[in-house]
Design a protein around this ligand. Structure first.
Ligand code: NAD
Length: 503
């Protein structure tokens, strides 16, 4: 059976670890490969390679670093089919959704191609007489990225294109559930001309991660994953003096106002709730319907749409399925447990996805799309991130109650409103406690040239990923104040003991 190893100093490198994790095809339940769980020694070897490659990569002109990104972009496009098939095989999402994930990652690569402009810094002439000031945005050194299973290509590409383009070296620790994309992208970066050691992949679990969090040679850690692990990563990395951004879990709400275009909203809600089997940090999991009339119509419309959804493997000949399996048997069972809890706690189960059978894929990890109505804020299915195809409808008497409900939730990643009223939409955008807001847009994922990040327990650390925040995260500012000797020649050379101010 094939073993997915590490990529260190420009080549696939065998680990000496005796620990491995199985990789499954979630659509069939079969083990397809295994991945090495790296040792402390393996991880230190990657840090050494990244540390050694840093000085010359940091001095490489940004234009030349950008040219590597241009080539990498072209290679991603040329290899799209193989990459998307691997995503679908290891993660389970349908092929077109895997292509969508690659496109969103590629857009960050395109953003990083503009690094000569983005990393220019700032400049002021005459901050004092004959004194100029300019800032330099310098790379940090060795940076690490620890990524989740649900976007094995896109989330790493939220991080490393900007880290590399700004002159850092990088170590990626992919999810052990679908690790192959890490190695595939490493090989493409090498083909694009990236020098050895600048990008490395260490596969593994907590053992490898803890080295990245504590080794003094690692300067910055980007993490995306569940909230408890994000808190651990942020606390540990910060305690070891590292810059850290740690993005966590979510429970994304939308408000459906009585004046909304119901057909548009209902179609958008089905796609946002059940796309990628609900395994998106921006998946829509709660609709707060304002007023019983629109709530009744929505439930009716959603139930009809759900009945038409095709659930099955991600790669098929002919017409594609709408929704694939979830990542693992354990995760399927956890989701089924949440549905049981919803029923026990009194929510109305409108569509039950518990006994989902897919022909010829009896051992796949399928959960059918599930719809609950009359969900109350104290129920577990409302409180927790389920990360599966389970959509909850909460009924609220008015807009203010709906907004308060959203703002009291522990998570604040994305949030949306469906309305025809500009004033309500504007007020919502201003008052909702969430990092990304959609107006008649159900999954408001910002484009690569904006930044992505939530509020509350959906993020730890001050800077979001990609966009200008990404450039800030991977650089540190140095401000140079310059006075040229001509002025020195003309001036009094005696010492000054007062705090310097610019005249
Ligand atoms: P996870 O937290 O289990 O794993 C994420 C990464 O952390 C993996 O690489 C894993 O190997 C590592 N890890 C796990 N346990 C660890 C430990 N004890 N110590 C050190 N490292 C550890 O998350 P997941 O199940 O892979 O992904 C799903 C979660 O990610 C969901 O909660 C989802 O909302 C979240 N997510 C958030 C965003 C966002 O932008 N906010 C994006 C995608 C996914």
């Amino acid at each position: 059976m094939e073993t997915i190893q590490n990529f260190i100093n420009g080549e696939v490198t065998d680990s000496n670890s005796l620990r491995f994790a199985p990789i499954f095809n979630p659509a069939t339940g079969e083990q397809t490969r295994r991945v090495v769980l790296s040792t402390v020694e393996d991880t230190k070897k990657a840090i050494e390679a990244a540390q050694a490659a840093f000085p010359s990569w940091a001095k490489t002109p940004p234009l030349r670093r950008a040219r590597v990104m241009f080539k990498f972009k072209a290679l991603l496009e040329a290899n799209q089919d193989a990459l998307a098939r691997m995503i679908s095989n290891e993660h389970g999402k349908v092929y077109s959704d895997a292509v969508g994930e690659l496109t969103r990652g590629l857009e960050v690569v395109e953003f990083a191609c503009g690094i000569p402009h983005l990393q220019k810094g700032e400049s002021s002439a005459n901050v004092g007489s004959t004194v100029d000031s300019h800032s330099i945005m310098q790379p940090l050194g060795v940076c690490a990225g620890i990524t989740p299973f649900n976007f094995p290509a896109m989330v790493p590409m939220w991080m490393f294109p900007i880290a590399l383009a700004t002159g850092n070296t990088f170590i990626l620790k992919p999810s052990e559930k679908d690790p192959s994309l890490g190695l595939m992208m490493a090989k493409l970066l090498k083909e694009a001309g990236l020098p050895d050691g600048v990008f490395n992949v260490v596969n593994g679990d907590k053992e490898a991660v803890d080295v990245l969090l504590t080794d003094p040679r690692v300067q910055a850690v980007s993490f995306v994953g569940s909230t408890p692990i994000a808190e651990y990563i942020y606390t540990t990395a910060s305690a070891h003096g590292k810059r850290c951004q740690a993005l966590g879990g979510a429970k994304n709400h939308c408000i459906l106002m009585p004046d909304a275009d119901l057909d548009m909203a209902s179609n958008a809600i089905v796609g946002a709730g059940f796309g990628a089997a609900g395994e998106r940090c921006m998946a829509l999991s709660v609709v707060v319907a304002v007023g019983d009339e629109i709530a009744d119509r929505l439930v009716d419309s959603l139930a009809k749409s759900i009945q038409k959804m095709r659930v099955g493997p991600g790669i098929v000949d002919g017409r594609e399925n709408d929704m694939g399996p979830v990542i693992s048997a354990a995760h399927r069972d956890k989701i089924l447990g949440y549905i049981d809890a919803g029923v026990e706690q009194g929510a109305t189960l409108v569509v039950d996805g518990r006994n989902c059978k897919v022909a010829d894929h009896e051992n796949g990890y399928f959960v059918g799309p599930t719809l609950f109505d009359d969900v109350k804020p104290d129920m577990t299915i409302y409180q927790d991130e389920i990360f599966g195809p389970v959509l909850s409808i909460v009924r609220a008497p008015d807009y203010q109650t709906a907004l308060t409900l959203i703002n009291q939730h522990q998570y604040g990643n994305g949030s949306a409103i469906f309305t025809r009223d500009g004033d309500t939409a504007r007020q919502f955008s201003e008052d909702v406690l969430a990092g990304m807001v959609g107006v008649n847009v159900p999954i408001p994922v910002p484009m690569a040239f904006h930044s992505f990040g939530g509020w509350k327990r959906s993020i730890f650390g001050p800077l979001n990923v990609h966009g200008n925040d990404g450039v800030r995260f991977y650089t540190r500012m140095k401000t140079v104040t310059t006075r040229w000797p001509a002025s020195v020649r003309l001036e009094d050379h005696s010492s000054a003991f007062t705090m310097p101010t610019m005249d």
